[in-house]
Design a binder for this molecule. Structure first.
Ligand code: MRU
Length: 341
C-alpha cells in the first residue's frame, strides 16, 4: 500500500517524506520535507492532501518544527509561530489543526512529539479499517443487495489518509467481500483528484471503475446506474453537515431524489463538535488560475475572472449515514449527529 506521509531520519537529518500528489500518476516522486517552510508549501499546493493525511502532516509538522528550532536556535516564540503556520496552512480540513494542536500539547507538557505524531498515524489506519467494515455492513443492509454499483467523488484512499482510506476504504471492503461491481469516479475538477489519484489507486487494487466528468454525476445517479454514493469529509459539524470537495453536494441532492443511500465516511478526527452547523465551516478559496487554465494553458479569454471554492457543505438532511470508527449515525434521524466526542 502506498504511504502518503512518513517520518524518516537519514544523513540529512529528519524529514517528513511524502509522495508528491501533484505529479501522480505520471510520476511517482517522493519529497523529503526538512523545514517548516517546505512542509507548509507542500500542504498549500496539495502535494500532500486529504483530511486524515493532513492530520498526520500537522502532527509530524510539530516534530519537524521542534527539530528545526533546535538546529537553528529558535526562541520559544519562533517555534510557536512555526507550529501555528503548520496548523493553519489550509483552513477547511479540521484534521490539520487538530493533529498539530494534539502533538503540540504533548510537546508543551515535555512529552515526545514524534511519538505522538506516529500514534495519530497508527490510530488513523485502525479507524479507517473499522469504519470501512461498518460502512460496508450498513450499505449492504440498506440496499438489500449482494453486489453494488457505487459513485464517489475526489480521492479518499491511502493517498488521502495514513493508510487504507475512508470512503475508498468502504469501497475496498466491499470489493474484498465480492460485493462491488463497478465504481463511477468523478474526475473532480479542477485538480482531478478522481482522475489522477482515485483511479490510480483503484487500478492498483484491481477494482473495476470508470472515470466520468463531474457534470455526469447527477445524471448517472438519476438514470439508476448506481446503488449508492459514498464520499469522505474534511470537516463534519455537530449536526452532521459535512464539508467535502466541491461537487459533493450534487451527488447528495441526486441521491436523495433517486432514493439511494448517500454515505459520508470519515474518522472521528474529522468531526468538529465546536461547530454547531456547516455554515460555520470555513471554505478554502483557491487561486482562480486552477479553474481558468488546464495543464497550464489558459482556457478563457484574457481578463475573465474565476471562482474557485475548494469545498462545499452537504446539509445533514441530505445525508443517509455518516460512518466513523464508532459506527453509523443517521443524521436525518438523530439530532445532533455528534453531541460530544
Ligand atoms: O483539496 P483536497 O484534495 O485536500 O480535498 C480532499 C477531499 O475533499 C477529500 O474527499 C477529504 O479530505 C476526505 S479524505 C479521506
Amino acid at each position: 500500500m502506498v504511504h502518503a506521509i512518513d517520518w524518516i531520519e537519514d544523513d540529512g537529518g529528519a524529514a517528513v517524506r511524502i509522495i508528491d500528489q501533484t505529479v501522480l500518476p505520471q510520476e511517482e516522486v517522493h519529497l523529503d520535507l526538512r523545514t517548516v517552510d517546505a512542509l507548509v508549501d507542500a500542504i498549500q499546493r496539495l502535494a500532500v492532501r486529504g483530511a486524515p493525511a493532513l492530520g498526520a502532516a500537522g502532527g509530524f509538522g510539530v516534530a519537524l518544527a521542534e527539530r528545526q528550532g533546535a538546529r537553528e536556535d529558535w526562541s520559544p516564540a519562533e517555534l510557536d509561530a512555526a507550529i501555528e503556520r503548520v496548523a493553519l496552512a489550509r483552513p477547511t480540513a479540521v484534521n490539520l489543526e487538530w493533529g498539530a494542536r494534539r502533538v503540540d500539547a504533548v510537546r508543551r507538557a515535555g512529552g515526545d512529539a514524534l511519538a505522538e505524531a506516529r500514534t495519530i498515524a497508527a490510530e488513523d489506519e485502525a479507524a479507517n479499517r473499522e469504519l470501512s467494515r461498518h460502512g460496508a455492513d450498513w450499505l449492504l443492509a440498506r440496499t438489500g443487495k449482494s453486489t453494488l454499483r457505487a459513485i464517489t467523488h475526489c480521492n479518499t484512499g491511502a493517498l488521502a489518509t495514513t493508510a487504507w482510506g475512508t470512503a475508498y476504504g468502504v469501497l475496498k471492503e466491499l470489493h474484498q467481500r465480492g460485493a462491488l461491481e463497478l465504481v463511477y469516479v468523478d474526475e473532480t475538477r479542477p485538480l482531478l483528484q478522481g482522475t489522477r489519484l482515485t483511479s490510480w489507486e483503484l487500478a492498483q487494487d484491481g477494482i473495476p471503475h470508470v472515470v466520468q466528468v463531474d457534470g455526469a454525476a447527477s445524471s448517472t445517479i438519476l438514470r439508476g446506474l448506481v446503488d449508492f454514493a459514498v464520499i469522505g469529509a474534511d470537516r463534519i459539524a455537530a449536526n452532521g453537515d459535512s464539508a467535502n470537495k466541491i461537487g459533493s453536494v450534487a451527488l447528495a441532492l441526486a441521491a436523495q431524489r433517486a432514493g439511494i443511500p448517500f454515505l459520508v465516511a470519515a474518522p472521528m478526527s474529522t468531526v468538529d463538535v465546536t461547530l454547531a452547523s456547516g455554515d460555520l465551516i470555513e471554505i478554502e478559496e483557491r487561486d482562480e488560475s486552477e479553474v481558468l487554465a488546464v495543464g497550464g494553458t489558459a482556457m478563457s479569454a484574457p481578463g475573465v475572472r474565476g471562482f474557485n471554492p475548494a469545498f462545499d457543505v452537504t446539509p445533514h438532511d441530505l445525508i443517509g449515514g455518516i460512518v466513523t470508527e464508532r459506527g453509523v449515525v443517521e443524521p436525518t434521524r438523530t439530532q445532533p449527529a455528534f453531541p460530544s466526542h
